[in-house]
Design a protein around this ligand. Structure first.
Ligand SMILES: [Zn+2]
Length: 85
């Protein structure tokens, strides 16, 4: 499965700047069909300047029962791109 067109530019930008994919998980969360997890932290300041879809929302998981993560979730496609915080 390929990351949706709304999140693809974020992934492309991150890999351009040397980040890489650590894992790709299908049906990772109850409401996420596809989650791409990057090895290094997403550059949020830069990413915010390239997010153009109103469906794409920034999130942070800071509940310490889970691995700390931040990223972007596409509400239309139920895809996400995540990274360590
Ligand atoms: Zn999408």
């Amino acid at each position: 499965m390929k990351l949706c067109e709304h999140l693809e530019p974020i992934l492309a930008n991150e890999t351009d700047y040397g980040n890489s994919i650590g894992d790709i998980i299908e049906n990772a969360w109850t409401n996420a069909k596809l989650v791409v997890i990057l090895k290094n932290a997403i550059n949020v300041n830069q990413t915010n300047t390239i997010v153009s879809s109103p469906f794409v929302k920034y999130f942070e998981i800071t509940d310490n029962h889970y691995e700390l993560q931040k990223g972007y979730f596409c509400e239309q496609c139920k895809h996400a791109i995540a990274s360590p915080i």
